[in-house]
Ligand binder design. Structure first.
Ligand code: HAM
Length: 429
């Protein structure tokens, strides 16, 4: 047998049964974001490598070791996007959308990171990405977080908890960074290899270490919150007051630093205890410096991204699940000459009843096999089209979930009869 081609590790096929959950999530997200005044934007999956280096930061894990970068036939270094914010900001600059204007945008699609695959961590994963650009906050910060809280409520997800922190301005972060480097340098012998590397490029990331041997050292490290400038403190206090006023529960986590360099002030993460190690389902924050850093007019902004696979996994744990839509009508064909008539009749019924789902028996099969398929389609009604009936200008009609027996209906009256039978069936359920 010819050897099969294997899928790429960490890149998943989403099969039809799971797509029902994905669509449920996508529909809910789309509806909610539209209700909050967000507009969809679609940007390319591939960008110049330089964009991500400049936006995300040279010393982040993402840029240092996780990017899918390649040189294309024209000799340009391109990268499959590891996240969406850089591309959305680039698109706004390229299309002249900024210039003092404000935009509330969202997009959805696959991201790529060459991480070690495990449950909840993939190399191709989907994000719903949301960005509010041109708003200095903290009102928009609060509303954006309230939006995510509402999304969990709509989806029926309860095992998610909000953590927030403030990273302050670039200047207050610089001050803090100096303190941190001093502290960790004084304890250099206790650091692991990873942390020693981070000490040079990105000391804040040491706070994020999962190494149990370092937890005590990290716990005693200086706190970012103690180095916040007055404006950032006021911003953070106002955000907390608004969240409390809206009844959105949160914890301040002074160790929450995020893995991408563009953040300033507000950062937040929704964490769950239901997924194991990969516990962040939705994360984001303010990135007031990024747009200028990418060559646009200085514009404040905030956003977040949600890991779709992780949220879908949570949805899959709920006691009740959305079901794939059932067919309304299954069309059984009696005899070969009925096949063409069947196609013609069903197409005209699809014209007449565009909201109804018709499933035409394809590929032949005896009566019994066709009725078995009709059952499996969960249709409420079977139509039976045969040469005898056609000669008399009628079609057989058999409700599959009502007590009623089989009857006949003139072809011209079918739309009305089908609709009436389906309504009766719906009412009985
Ligand atoms: P991030 O924290 O890197 O932020 O990713 C956001 C979310 O994407 C995470 O909370 C997680 O749910 C999901 N995620 C990340 N990596 C993986 C992976 N390998 N497999 C599965 N899910 C994953 C960002 O990407 C920022 N661009 C968010 C943002 C938007 N900040 C401002 N605007």
């Amino acid at each position: 047998m010819t050897e099969q081609i294997q899928p790429i590790r960490g890149m998943n096929d989403v099969l039809p049964a799971q797509c029902v959950l994905w669509q449920h999530l996508e529909d809910t997200v789309r509806e909610l974001l539209t209700a909050y005044g967000y507009e969809e934007i679609r940007v390319p999956v591939v960008e110049h490598t330089q964009l991500f280096k400049r936006a995300i930061g040279e010393f982040t894990d993402v840029v240092e070791k996780e990017m899918y970068s390649f040189t294309d036939q024209g000799g340009e270094s391109l990268t499959l996007r590891p996240e969406a914010t850089a591309g959305v900001v680039r698109a706004m600059i390229s299309n002249g959308l900024l210039r003092g204007a404000r935009h509330k945008l969202w997009c959805m699609g696959p991201m790529f990171r060459h991480e070690k695959p495990q449950k909840g961590r993939y190399r191709q994963f989907y994000q719903v990405d949301v960005e509010a650009v041109g708003f200095a906050g903290p009102d928009v910060d609060a509303e954006l977080i309230a939006l995510t809280a509402r999304l969990w409520r709509r989806l029926g997800l309860t095992r998610v908890k909000l953590q927030i922190n403030s990273l302050g301005t670039v200047e207050s972060r610089r001050l803090y960074r100096e303190q941190l480097v001093e502290y960790f340098t004084a304890h250099h012998e206790q650091l692991d290899e990873d942390s020693r590397r981070r000490l040079q490029g990105n000391p804040l990331r040491i706070l994020d270490t999962k190494n149990p041997d370092l937890q005590q050292l990290v716990a005693a490290a200086p706190l970012l919150t103690d180095y916040l400038d007055a404006d950032s403190q006021a911003h953070f206090a106002a955000l907390q007051a608004s969240l409390t006023a809206m009844g959105v529960a949160f914890t301040v986590n002074p160790r929450l630093v995020r893995g991408l360099d563009y953040y300033s002030r507000t950062v937040f993460e929704w964490i769950t205890d239901a997924l194991g190690a990969q516990d962040a389902v939705c994360s984001g924050g303010r990135y007031d410096g990024l747009i200028a850093q990418l060559g646009g007019d200085a514009t404040p902004a905030i956003g977040f991204a949600m890991g779709v696979e992780r949220v879908v996994e949570l949805l899959g744990q709920l006691p009740s699940q959305p079901q794939p839509a059932a067919a309304d009508v299954y069309v059984v064909l009696n005899g070969e000459q009925a096949a063409t008539a069947g196609l013609r009749i069903v197409e005209s019924l699809r014209d007449a009843l565009p909201q109804r789902r018709f499933e035409l028996n394809l590929g032949g099969g005896n009566f019994k096999a066709q009725f078995r398929r009709a059952d499996r389609s969960r249709a409420a009604l079977a139509l039976i089209i045969g040469a005898d009936e056609l000669a008399r200008g009628v079609v057989g009609l058999k409700p599959l979930r009502l007590e009623a027996g089989q009857s006949e209906c003139p072809i011209a009256e079918l739309p009305v009869r089908i609709e009436a039978t389906l309504r009766a069936s719906d009412m009985q359920e």
